[in-house]
Structure formats: structure tokens, C-alpha cells
Design a protein around this ligand. Structure first.
Ligand code: NAD
Length: 332
């Protein structure tokens, strides 16, 4: 039995988390959930944003499944996601995007994995506001060590999973110093993995290429902000935010979470698609070595996605979150 920390989160978080835990229970997955919440809802209830009990649970279990957490825009508390990623050095944000039979999209044949640096760059939290001069600075801190770690992780993943190419997306033509660190780190990693083709593209061109001919990409590595933007773009290519998984991985801990946010516009209405969180949970099962259970659930999910009637509204269906989960359970 694996003990896993479960963070339901805010907004649609509890609804999609319930769908996933119901499916896990029906599939008799040997996972025991240890529920500890964080975020806006927790704060409203207890006055704590990240309770100590959650941190203790994470430090003990080293694996977590997390729902989305609301972060106020422009003011208020610092992102809990960013805080956890930095506190536990979860430097890899891994986001696979692939076309799925049954999900209608403009493209075919997409199967790419994005490696977003997860602790540095413009998310370092180094912001200064000079009211007198009317100047706001946001520092994009990139380190040699951080660049090496994420670039090597992308190449190592490519080698382990039989991938052919790693593409670095950067803006080193303008952000010369910080941008060059990632180029150097990728060149260094590519020497270690000579069988993997390495190419680099400037981020603006990368966006155009991704919407024009996404099937040309395999593994993509990039800095924090570019990765955040590209991962939503990639989600849009393969069916939207409701279907794309994600993982925050460090050397000692991993937190699996959907790419999307707390979707306040549909929260509490039973409309949320739990696929993204379920796929993140499937990634988690592979991470803890439960490959057979991961494949069993994945097959039931793929079969359900083939039938639009059984899907949620974002995929053109009419099913509620829990009806969708029941359809998956019926196919286990
Ligand atoms: P969002 O991802 O919550 O929603 C964007 C759009 O996608 C909305 O129309 C929403 O209804 C739809 N959507 C998202 N997930 C869906 C799902 N599972 N099924 C069906 N439709 C889905 O992005 P936002 O509105 O920009 O952000 C809302 C809040 O979430 C913000 O506070 C933001 O900071 C936070 N956020 C959290 C995370 C995280 O916890 N990892 C990630 C992104 C955003």
C-alpha cells in the first residue's frame, strides 16, 4: 500500500479529486490517501494557507496528488504552487500533450512532452516596486545549476522513453545572459546523450511553429514563464485544459497535478472534466511503480473518451463530472 498525500484544492478541485478517488477505489489501486488541503478554502476555514500538517505529510510520503489552487491576481498571498515547488526543489514541471482518439482537435499526431523549469526565472519572487519613480522590477533569476538540472532531466527523459529530439525554447537573442545559460546547459547535456537530436528555437518562432506544425516536436525544454505559456498552448492543441496532465518532480519528492487552474467559472456545477487530474494520477502510478493499474485505468479512460456522449461539456458531451467517472468505472 502506497500512502499518498491528497490536496483537493480550490474551485473545481474537490469535484475532480472525488472523481479520481472514486475511480482509484473501483480499480482497487493500492493507494491510501492522506488528505491535507491548502489554499483559499483552507485559509477561509482555518486561517492557514499551507498548514504544517500538509508539509509534514508531504515530507513523509514524498508523493502527492494535488487539485488546482486559486491565486489572487495582482495582490494577496504568493502562489502556493510556486511556494511548494521552490520549497521542495521540484525543478521539473513535466507536461505531456498528445492527441487522443475520440477527442476532436484541429491536429493529429501530436505527442510531445514539455519540460518547464519550475523554480527560477520570472517566478523567483524577486519583485521591487518604487512608488516614487513609478517603476516595478521583476527579476528573472536563472542559475547555471538550475539550467543544468532541467536540461539534463529533459535529455534523460528523452533517452529513457525512446524519444528522438529535444527542442529548447528561449529568448537569448534579447535576454542574452539568462537565455544563454539554458543553451549552454542543453549543449552540455546533449554531449551526454549523443543519440538525441538537439535543436533550439526562439520562443516567438516556437509559438508559431507549435500552432502551425506541432507534430514536428518531441521533447521541449524551456524556462519557467515560457513553459507556463507553452503548456497551455500545447493543451489547446490536444483538446484543452481539461485533458492535460502535469507533474512537479524533484530528486526527493513529486507532486502530480493537472495543468489547469481552479476554474471558478464552472466550480460547483458538476461540469469539470476530471481527465487532466486523472491523467496526472496515472502518471503518479507509473512514478510509484504501479504500471499495471496505471494501464488499466488509462484504457478505461481512453475507451470513455471515444464516446462523446459520455464526456463532459468541454469535449462536446453532456455528462457531469461524476457521470463521466462512472462511465470510466464501468469499463474497468
Ligand atoms: P483555469 O485553468 O482555471 O480556467 C481556464 C478556462 O478553462 C476556464 O474557462 C475553465 O472553465 C476551463 N477549464 C479549466 N479546467 C477545466 C476542466 N477540468 N474542465 C473543464 N474546463 C476547464 O484558468 P484561470 O481561470 O486563468 O485561473 C483560475 C485560478 O486558477 C486562478 O486563481 C489561477 O491562479 C489558478 N491556477 C492554478 C493552477 C494550479 O493550481 N496549478 C494553475 C493555473 C491557474
Amino acid at each position: 500500500m502506497h500512502v499518498v498525500t491528497l490536496i483537493p484544492g480550490d474551485g473545481i478541485g474537490p469535484e475532480i479529486t472525488k472523481a479520481v478517488t472514486d475511480i482509484f477505489a473501483a480499480a482497487q489501486v493500492p493507494v491510501q490517501w492522506e488528505e491535507q488541503n491548502a489554499g483559499q478554502t483552507t485559509f477561509d476555514q482555518s486561517g492557514e494557507l499551507i498548514p504544517n500538517a500538509l508539509l509534514k505529510s508531504l515530507e513523509k510520503n514524498k508523493v502527492a496528488l494535488k487539485g488546482p489552487i486559486t491565486t489572487p491576481v495582482g495582490k494577496g498571498f504568493r502562489s502556493i504552487n510556486v511556494t511548494l515547488r521552490q520549497k521542495y526543489d521540484l525543478y521539473q514541471n513535466v507536461r505531456p500533450s498528445r492527441t487522443t482518439p475520440g477527442i476532436k482537435t484541429r491536429y493529429e499526431g501530436i505527442d510531445l512532452v514539455l519540460f518547464r523549469e519550475n523554480t527560477e526565472g520570472l517566478y523567483s519572487g524577486l519583485e521591487m516596486w518604487d512608488e516614487r519613480l513609478g517603476i516595478a522590477d521583476a527579476v528573472a533569476r536563472v542559475t547555471v545549476e538550475g539550467s543544468r538540472k532541467i536540461c539534463r532531466a529533459a535529455f534523460a527523459y528523452a533517452a529513457k522513453h525512446g524519444r528522438k529530439k529535444v527542442t529548447l525554447a528561449h529568448k537569448a537573442n534579447i535576454i542574452k545572459m539568462a537565455g544563454t545559460l539554458m543553451i549552454n546547459a542543453c549543449k552540455e547535456a546533449s554531449l551526454e546523450f549523443p543519440e538525441i537530436v538537439f535543436e533550439d528555437k526562439i520562443i516567438d518562432n516556437m509559438c508559431m511553429q507549435l500552432v502551425g506544425k506541432p507534430e514536428q516536436f518531441d521533447v521541449i525544454v524551456t524556462t519557467n514563464l515560457f513553459g507556463d505559456l507553452l503548456s497551455d498552448l500545447c493543451a489547446g492543441l490536444v483538446g484543452g485544459l481539461g485533458v492535460v496532465a502535469g507533474a512537479n518532480i524533484g530528486d526527493n519528492m513529486a507532486i502530480f497535478e493537472a495543468v489547469h487552474g481552479s476554474a471558478p467559472d464552472i466550480a460547483g456545477q458538476g461540469k469539470a472534466n476530471p481527465t487532466a487530474l486523472l491523467r496526472s494520477a496515472i502518471m503518479m502510478l507509473h512514478h510509484i511503480g504501479e504500471h499495471a493499474k496505471a494501464e488499466q485505468i488509462d484504457k478505461a479512460l481512453e475507451a470513455t473518451l471515444m464516446n462523446q456522449e459520455e464526456c463532459t461539456g468541454d469535449l462536446g458531451g453532456k455528462a457531469s463530472t461524476s457521470q463521466f467517472a462512472q462511465s470510466i468505472i464501468a469499463k474497468l
